[in-house]
Design a protein around this ligand. Structure first.
Ligand SMILES: NC(=O)C1=CN([C@@H]2O[C@H](COP(=O)(O)OP(=O)(O)OC[C@H]3O[C@@H](n4cnc5c(N)ncnc54)[C@H](O)[C@@H]3O)[C@@H](O)[C@H]2O)C=CC1
Ligand SMILES: CCCCC/C=C\C=C\C(=O)C/C=C\C/C=C\CCCC(=O)O
Length: 257
């Protein structure tokens, strides 16, 4: 099913974005890798092109906190591949000392990426349909007092996902919204979590709940992407509970419209 997909992935130079991109390529999809880190991205492009073929992927420098930059990259990806039918808004940072930057990347960047995806993919305006996956966090579902600003960006993103997914016009647009919520996962962003005011307390929580291997989060991601109807769904991935797939409307508070 993924064979025909053409994906636009943000924050793809390392960590989860890189792993999602490789998983998509492995399934036969084409991937536009984007990231703010140009050197790392270009290296990855060359490595992946060798493995999967030159026409299968490309890298573009893209800072998701710039709507102009994001639109340019998106348009360039469409020019290269013809169309995009999977947008993965994955880029994110952890920086409790710079809330504005974190909101601009984690929340505004994902909202801008989602809006561009819908604009391009919607069938009622000439597109071919498609899926938007927003990478939020379990910190967007449960409060974590140690990282309140990070939580605010992720709660915001989950709210955006659920609101978009409950739009009755999505059917005629042929667009679906899925949301991935990993708990602590073994990537570089974990270094940021130790820069908070009470690092020992974060360490304690991490010790208590454990750390996901990246591969488990990729499995959760694939469950969402390969689902024939992921609209409004939320997949959580945690060391303690594994992958949990929550269908839209599975509890009273998941959608009332
Ligand atoms: N690792 C974890 O424990 C968890 C991570 N997440 C989320 O997963 C996503 C990916 O993070 P990881 O791979 O874990 O971290 P990471 O730090 O390894 O990767 C993040 C990527 O985003 C890129 N990036 C940062 N700012 C950017 C910008 N302005 N524009 C474009 N790209 C930018 C970075 O260059 C990097 O390649 C993030 O949204 C993060 O919040 C969610 C839950 C748990
Ligand atoms: C300055 C903020 C840094 C945050 C970025 C670093 C790591 C990101 C991690 C997450 O997104 C997940 C964070 C918190 C989840 C907390 C508890 C999950 C409990 C899950 C369980 O019960 O197993």
């Amino acid at each position: 099913m993924l064979l025909q997909r053409t994906a636009f992935v943000t924050g793809a130079a390392q960590g989860l974005g890189k792993a999602f991109s490789e998983a998509l390529l492995e399934k036969g999809a084409r991937v536009c890798l984007t990231d703010i880190q140009t050197q790392k991205g270009l290296l990855l492009e060359s490595e992946l092109q060798k493995k999967y073929g030159k026409d299968k992927c490309m890298f573009m420098q893209c800072d998701v906190s710039s709507a102009t930059n994001l639109r340019k990259s998106f348009n360039a990806a469409v020019s290269q591949f013809g169309h995009i039918d999977l947008v993965v808004n994955n880029a994110g940072i952890g920086d409790e000392s710079n809330m504005e930057k974190m909101i601009n990347i984690n929340l505004m960047g994902a909202i801008a990426g989602s809006a561009l995806g819908v604009e391009h993919m919607r069938k009622d305006k000439g597109g071919k349909g498609g899926v938007v996956i927003n990478v939020a966090s379990t910190a967007g579902l449960i409060p974590v007092y140690l990282i309140p600003s990070y939580c605010a960006t992720k709660f915001g993103l989950v709210g955006y996902h659920r609101s978009c997914a409950s739009n009755p016009h999505l059917k005629e647009m042929g667009v679906q919204f899925g949301c991935l919520c990993p708990a602590f996962t073994d990537t570089d962003i974990l270094k940021d979590v130790l820069k908070v005011e009470y690092p020992e307390e974060v360490k304690g929580i991490i010790q208590q709940v454990g750390i996901n291997p990246v591969e488990r989060v990729v499995q959760g991601f694939l469950q969402l992407v390969e689902s024939p109807n992921c609209n409004g769904d939320i997949v959580t991935v945690s060391a303690q509970d594994g992958i949990q797939y929550q269908k839209k409307g599975s509890n009273k508070w998941s959608s009332h419209l």
